[in-house]
Design a protein around this ligand. Structure first.
Ligand SMILES: [Zn+2]
Length: 283
């Protein structure tokens, strides 16, 4: 066992200090009042390695938040796993595909025994196994406008873990109308990109959609490249939900895993964008 894990190091003391600051309004968590020897409440113990970073309030914000993840594939696997591990309150998973053998090089939510099953349903099972405190809803369906209009208003944040621009642009239109933040991620071969859309404030996906891109779907990809990009999406989601603020609002992070180069590029709103062009910038 490493010393870090066997002794009450600075991180653990920080958690205990955070625990002491809990007020009476904190539901179900009993603060320690007798010093560092008191065991942590199981909830705080579970998240004791992240609370020093996001704070107790950040953890509460996470646990009371709802996230829609569209796509439970190569990007969705790390997004769904890390959001579950981090303790989001409610996870809504949409994916219209069944598990295929060619998914298994990168979609680590699935096993060989899952081949032929709906990804959304298997992913929901994995969420429940991993963290029984997360409420999970699964929709084994392709996201169309009607489903997007039903689900987007019920969540605090949407994560685009899709593999095609046609569905992405449907999702983008609904999040902009509903004013729900969207984290976009995409991956192809050794490259990926991540950008956060804050409706009314930053560029939307329609502003940047390459012409004809809606017809491109599912190319080659190495598993860890999807892992890197999906992990960055999950991190951005946790930052926003816990109150740390986005790090990629109005900026596209380009991930080049062939040369291990990460670059942030500012993205401006297009005044003529048919989706967000008429949205007034928020104060
Ligand atoms: Zn736009």
């Amino acid at each position: 066992m490493r010393a870090e894990e066997s002794q009450p190091g600075p991180r653990r003391h920080a958690v205990i200090e955070s625990q002491r600051r809990l007020s009476g309004e904190d539901k179900g968590l009993t603060p320690s009042t007798t010093g560092a020897a008191q065991p942590l409440h199981p909830v705080l113990e579970r998240f004791s390695r992240q609370i020093p970073i996001i704070g107790v309030q950040g953890q509460y914000r996470l646990s009371s938040s709802s996230v829609l993840v569209v796509g439970a594939g190569g990007l969705g696997s790390p997004v769904i796993t890390y959001l579950t591990c981090a303790g989001v309150g409610r996870l809504v998973i949409v994916d219209g595909d069944r598990v295929e053998p060619s998914n298994l090089n990168r979609q680590f939510l699935y096993r060989e025994s899952d081949i032929g099953r709906w990804k959304a349903l298997v992913a929901a099972e994995r969420v429940r196994e991993l963290n029984s405190g997360v409420r999970v809803e699964a929709y084994p369906a392709l996201l169309d406008e009607s489903l997007a209009r039903r689900l987007v208003p019920s969540v605090d944040l949407v994560v685009d873990a899709l593999d095609n621009w046609a569905t992405r642009l449907i999702l983008n239109r609904v999040v902009v109308e509903e004013g729900v933040p969207l984290i976009h991620g995409g991956v192809d071969r050794m490259y990926g990109q991540v950008m956060t859309v804050l409706p009314g404030k930053t560029a939307c996906l329609q502003c940047i959609a390459p012409r004809g891109a809606e017809r491109i779907r599912g190319g080659a990809v190495l598993g860890p490249v999807a892992g890197v990009v999906g992990s960055i999406e999950a991190l951005e989601a946790i930052r926003i939900l816990a109150g740390l603020g986005p790090s990629l609002a109005g900026q596209m992070l380009i991930v080049d895993c062939s040369g291990m180069v990460f670059e942030k590029i500012p993205v401006r709103r297009s005044p003529s964008c048919p989706v967000c062009g008429s949205k007034q910038p928020s104060a």
